[in-house]
Design a protein around this ligand. Structure first.
Ligand code: PRP
Length: 213
């Protein structure tokens, strides 16, 4: 029997978009996955099993080798260095990391407080800018922090810009653009190299075709 490939990825939109890419690459996945609460989704016809994890946790499953492959945002990869190979830019879930805050924010002599889910990226960015800041780590709803006086600015993902707008915040600087990446466990890559290379090549061909369409 051929090896099964296990893939960890976030549930929701990224799972849908990645599954769509795999279908276009010729993997026989069902048109729809019915039970949206399942955390393990089997696609035996394609020889693939999906593990649906929180975005920040995907590299953990891959690094520990329980998943051969992962779909992880570049934001997650920048924040947390892991012993995995980043092999392909899937060019899905495009967004960017930005600095934002209230429009009437006035710098003072005191180091500003910056709230973020990405303390490492934020620290490195402000260091590069030669600006001293105090980083406050949060796990989500980052936009709340400047509204209630927890922070002066935030470093967060901007996709449509809707969350910033609806909360009266403005974008100040763009830090880095983000897409989802295919990551691979080094041991899996050695043991299942033919299947993994085949998957990478087929996905790369679809992405290339979509980019030039
Ligand atoms: C992300 C991000 C922003 C929002 C950006 O949050 O942290 O809050 O989406 O998207 P937009 O520009 O299209 O409004 P997510 O929904 O993942 O939840 P979180 O705030 O709990 O991290």
């Amino acid at each position: 029997m051929r090896d099964q490939i296990t893939i960890a990825m976030p549930k929701g939109r990224i799972f849908e978009e990645a599954a769509d890419l795999l279908r276009k690459a010729g993997f026989n996945l069902p048109e729809e996955f019915d039970d949206s609460r399942k955390l393990i989704v089997d696609a035996p016809e394609a020889g693939i099993k999906f593990f649906l994890a929180k975005p920040m946790d995907v590299p953990t499953y891959v690094e520990h080798g329980v998943a051969d492959i992962g779909v992880a945002g570049k934001d997650v990869m920048l924040e947390d260095e892991r012993d995995v190979y980043e092999v392909l830019d899937l060019k899905i879930s495009e967004c960017y990391l930005a600095v934002a805050g209230l429009p009437d924010y006035e710098p003072t002599d005191i180091a500003p407080k910056v709230a973020s889910k990405y303390p490492k990226v934020a620290t490195e960015y402000f260091k590069q800018q030669g600006e001293q800041v105090e980083i406050i780590q949060l796990n989500g709803s980052i936009e709340l922090a400047p509204l209630v006086g927890l922070a002066d600015r935030i470093v967060d993902i901007v996709s449509t810009g809707g969350t910033l707008r609806e909360n009266g915040l403005v974008e100040m600087e763009e830090i880095v653009s983000i897409t989802s990446r295919l990551i691979v466990n080094p041991v899996s890559y050695r043991l299942k190299d033919a299947r993994i290379d085949d998957m990478i090549e087929r996905l790369a061909a679809v992405i290339e075709e979509e980019g030039t369409a």
